[in-house]
Every structure is written in C-alpha cells, then in structure tokens.
Design a protein around this ligand. Structure first.
Ligand code: ATP
Length: 227
C-alpha cells in the first residue's frame, strides 16, 4: 500500500480566532494528484496555509511529509518547508535578479554551498519545466505562464515529497493554464504527490483526479460528476 504523505484527523482551520473549517479527516497517499475546490472564501488558502504551518493547527491532529503539525515548533518550520514545494497564484519571483539567481537564492537559503552542485540542480529543475534556456532572463522578461513554470522549478529545487499549489493557474489564460497543468501532470507522473487548489473546472474536466471540496466549513471528497 502506498505510503501516506498527509493525514489529518478532526482538524480545524482558524484565521485568528475565527474558525474557517472543522472536522477535517483525510489522507493523501504518495503519488496522488488531488484537487482542492470550493467557492471564494470557502477556506482553500487557509487550508493550504495550515499544511505549510503558516497558520497553527489548533485542533485535531495532522502529519505531513513526516512532520507532526500539532507539535511542530517554530524552529522546525524551515525543515518542513524544505520537504514541501509551494507554488502560489502570483509566482512570487524576486524581480531584481534573473532566474538563475532566483533559484540560487533559494538553494543558498536552504543550506546549499557547492556552486557546481547548485548549477547542476538549477539546470535540472529548469529542464523539468521546459525552461532550460531562460535562466539568464529577468522575471519581467517572461510571460505569466513562463513565470509560473519557473515558480514550479523553484518548488522542485529541494526534491520535495509534496507540492502544494494554491491556484497556480489563477492568473493565466486558459491555454497557458493547460500548459502549466501539463508540467504539473508530468511531475506527478514522475512520482511526486501534488495537492492543487483551483477554481478552474475546465482543468479538472480535462485532467480528472481525486477532488476535495471546501464547503460549509467542511472538506469532503467529491465524485467527479458532482463537481
Ligand atoms: N489573513 C486573514 N485574516 C483574517 N481572516 C482571513 C485572512 N485570510 C482569509 N481570511 C478569512 O478566512 C476565510 C477563508 O478565506 P481563504 O482565503 O482561505 O478562502 P479561499 O477559499 O482560499 O478563497 P479564494 O478562492 O478567494 O482564494 C474567509 O472568510 C476570509 O475572509
């Protein structure tokens, strides 16, 4: 049986003192591609933030990539984040440096020292997202879809066990969304687990997969027809 990458038991998600979601119990296994859907304000981003410890897990129990979210201490958060690849809607690339330097910055910040190894790793992740020749460009010289591919490459730098993508196609046109989705699908086929929050039902129809829905302060699995 596939190993569990994420297990939640009776978890509640809070924004400060306000409960956003409760009674969440679910499991994501190694190799799965899971969508997280739900209306604006239903709690998708808050759910994701709880998973990468940007919001504390006040109620329930959770394990993610081997870390216990309930007992996680502040000092352990960087180590958790190293085992997660996080992709956001708005790319969050550093505008003042080129793509190679953006990626090098992350490697240095996560303890890499050897320049040769860093260069090899940068080339490898750029190759995976089809951007090998674009390392010298600045973020503003790339299209939105290209910037998102770079953000995915950045998420792959430390060989994460789980990729959390929060509306990764939210700023992209339909055709570019499909291109970015193809990259995520390839990464998933290569064995990586992906949890992706999205509003984009066209993508879900095109690439059907296990789907969780946030609604009425709950998170539950929906069958494809009911999406
Ligand atoms: N930083 C914050 N402080 C307080 N409340 C917040 C904060 N961020 C979000 N909320 C509230 O938490 C609830 C869930 O918001 P969240 O952003 O998680 O929803 P979402 O499903 O991701 O929405 P969207 O699809 O618009 O991104 C909303 O009621 C929102 O107002």
């Amino acid at each position: 049986m596939a190993e569990s990458i994420l297990t939640l038991k009776d978890v509640a998600v809070y924004q400060k003192e306000n409960m956003v979601l409760n009674n969440i119990s679910l499991e994501v296994k190694k190799g799965e591609f899971v969508y997280l859907i739900g209306k604006t304000g239903s709690g998708k981003s808050s759910f994701m933030k709880t998973l990468y410890a940007d919001l504390p897990m006040k109620e329930g129990n959770g394990r993610i990539v081997g870390f216990n979210l309930k007992t996680l201490e502040e000092k352990d958060i960087p180590f958790l984040r190293r085992k997660l690849g996080i992709v956001f809607q708005d790319f969050k690339l550093l505008p003042d440096r080129n793509i190679n330097k953006n990626l090098e910055f992350v490697l240095k910040a996560t303890g890499w020292k050897d320049p040769g190894k860093m260069q090899t790793q940068i080339e490898e992740v750029l190759e995976k997202v089809g951007m090998k020749t674009k390392g010298f460009k600045f973020p503003h010289e790339l299209s939105g879809g290209e910037q998102q591919r770079i953000a995915i490459a950045r998420a792959l730098l430390n060989d994460p066990e789980l990729i959390l993508a929060d509306e990764p196609t939210g700023n992209l046109d339909p055709q570019t969304s499909v291109e970015v989705m193809k990259v995520l699908q390839e990464i998933n086929k290569a064995g990586r687990t992906i949890l992706m929050a999205t509003h984009d039902y066209a993508l879900i129809l095109k690439y059907p997969s296990k789907t969780l829905k946030c609604d009425g302060q709950k998170v539950f699995e929906v069958i494809q027809k009911a999406v």
